[in-house]
Design a protein around this ligand. Structure first.
Ligand code: NAD
Length: 490
């Protein structure tokens, strides 16, 4: 069994909430209680921010290579605990254990390692200004940063947020989702073990309207980095305005995934299934809108629906399970409600659309892989369902494909399948999105910027862009040997 921490992590110690409140953490496989975790409210957030403030001076002045070394040690420690962390993530979120072990944990370690290596390589510049002056631009940390993450990839998303923030010299107060806090608390424990100083990282588990709101409003938090729904993102922007804190938003998506008539259909079917059904479709970048050329639609759908029907649902801790439960019962009900919405607007359910029959899954949050034929303007093709639910729409020509792809308010991830090189580049550039994958889908790497446009948010995680987003440019002018005549002659 993995180690389960169930207290807040403030100033290097695990502590109860000041008022003793707790939140039930449930196993989505059967809705049984895993543990009760301390629930932070505004007073606990205040303690965490104060601890982060005290830690900021020493942490930001520490040699960048030393901050980097701690992140590298953390990456090694995560790899040493890979089985345990995978088990914990699977138990808490419902990710199939094979995915948690071979995707979430390695990507988490890779992210901390990338930013550990980046810490002493990210540098400022010298500007060739007028004679007699030296002008250099430093990248200074912002200070205390607040970070709020959702429940769909807690292990990875805390790495994406904490890795660059810490490498750049900021201190962190992070609020995990109240639904899936366990892997984040375990990471905090590993950080303490490898030597992160008290206060550099603080974890306040709590509800959005209380702990999240308090963090977003906090006058001494210099930046808030938020990943979650577009509706909550708007509330975060509103809450942040008191001290004009910087805001970075990673919000919802409605990924277009276009299959052209010249695509390798075998690759497109497999890639499109990964695009939507990995993690039960609970991914902001999920390829949730399949847009298929009408000439290949029948053959594509025949194979794709066949594959969807064959996916093995089951207890996420079973190594043979390919799809686990959704992460909460509330969310399962929300996803299933969209099946009715699809039918009401004339959509045709080609597979799934219901909870599975198997008795051993009856108490869990399971939904069958669902494929729905819909029009591009239908609600199910416009609103983020965030489940194993994909709409299929056909198109006649490139112009129509592009109009459908760009026809939502979102702009996060998207994919296209074609053998035509110039079309691949043309669409890569024309699709309104932060990321486009050609003959592939959902590739991420700590070096490559991740984020969206439109209602999918702004700012970028990962890569050099993330380091920019966690630092301020500070311009310093030194008069080396310039003689400046007096401006006001007396
Ligand atoms: P959510 O918006 O309900 O919650 C996200 C986080 O915000 C949680 O920690 C929650 O407690 C907190 N929160 C809620 N209300 C708040 C408030 N008023 N002030 C401050 N914090 C508050 O989202 P969710 O249901 O947890 O996650 C699913 C959503 O996240 C989807 O829309 C998905 O697309 C999006 N998401 C986006 C990305 C991305 O990188 N763009 C990645 C993953 C998920």
């Amino acid at each position: 069994m993995p180690t389960i921490q169930n207290q807040l992590f403030i100033d290097g110690r695990f502590v109860d909430a000041q008022d003793g409140a707790t939140i039930d953490v449930l196993n989505p496989h059967d809705n049984s209680l895993i543990t009760r975790v301390a629930e932070a409210k505004a007073a606990d957030v205040e303690l965490a921010v104060a601890a982060a403030e005290r830690a900021f001076g020493p942490w930001s002045r520490m040699a960048a290579a030393d901050r980097g070394r701690l992140l590298l040690k953390l990456a090694d420690r995560i790899e040493a605990c890979a089985d345990e962390l995978a088990h914990l993530e699977s138990l808490d979120t419902g990710h199939p254990i094979r995915d948690a072990r071979h995707i979430d944990v390695p990507r988490t370690a890779a992210c901390y390692r990338y930013f550990g290596g980046m810490a002493d390589k990210f540098q400022g510049s010298v500007v060739p200004v007028e004679t007699g002056f030296l002008n250099y631009v430093m990248r200074s940390p912002i200070g205390v940063v607040g970070q709020i993450v959702p429940w769909n990839f807690p292990l990875m998303f805390t790495a994406w947020k904490m890795g660059p923030a810490l490498a750049a010299g900021n201190t962190v107060v992070l609020k995990p989702s109240e639904i899936t806090p366990l892997s984040t608390l375990r990471i905090a424990e590993l950080m303490a073990e490898v030597g992160f100083p008290p206060g550099a990282v603080n974890i306040v588990v709590g509800y959005g309207h209380a702990a999240g709101q308090a963090l977003a409003e906090h006058p001494r938090v210099g930046k808030i980095a938020f990943t979650g729904s577009t509706a909550t993102g708007r509330r975060v922007v509103e809450a942040s305005k008191g001290n004009l804190k910087r805001v970075q938003l990673e919000l919802g998506g409605k990924g277009a995934n276009i299959v052209f008539e010249d695509a390798n259909l075998v690759a497109a079917v497999n890639g499109s299934a990964w695009a939507i059904f990995h993690n039960q479709g609970q991914a902001c970048i999920a390829g949730s809108r399949l847009i298929v050329h009408e000439r290949v639609a029948d053959e594509f759908l025949d194979r794709f629906v066949g594959l969807a029907k064959s996916i093995r649902l089951g207890n996420p801790l079973d190594p043979d399970t390919e799809m686990g439960p959704l992460t909460s019962a509330l969310h399962r009900d929300r996803v299933l409600a969209y099946v009715d919405v699809a039918r009401e607007q004339g959509g045709e359910v080609l597979s799934g659309g219901r909870a599975p029959d198997a008795a051993e899954l009856a108490r869990g949050c399971y939904v069958e892989p669902t494929v729905v034929r819909a029009r591009a303007t239908d609600r199910v093709a416009q609103e983020e369902v965030f489940g194993p639910f994909v709409t299929v729409t056909t198109f006649k020509d490139d112009e129509e494909a592009l109009a459908i792809a760009n026809g939502t308010e979102y702009g996060l991830g998207s994919g296209l399948w074609t053998r035509d090189l110039s079309r691949a580049h043309r669409f890569g550039q024309a699709i309104r999105a932060g990321m486009v994958w050609v003959n592939s889908y959902k590739r991420v790497n700590p070096g490559s910027p991740f984020g969206g446009v439109g209602q999918s948010g702004y700012g970028r995680e990962m890569g050099f862009e993330a380091m920019h987003d966690y630092t301020e440019a500070k311009s310093i002018w030194v008069n080396v040997d310039a003689v400046i005549p007096p401006h006001f002659k007396r």
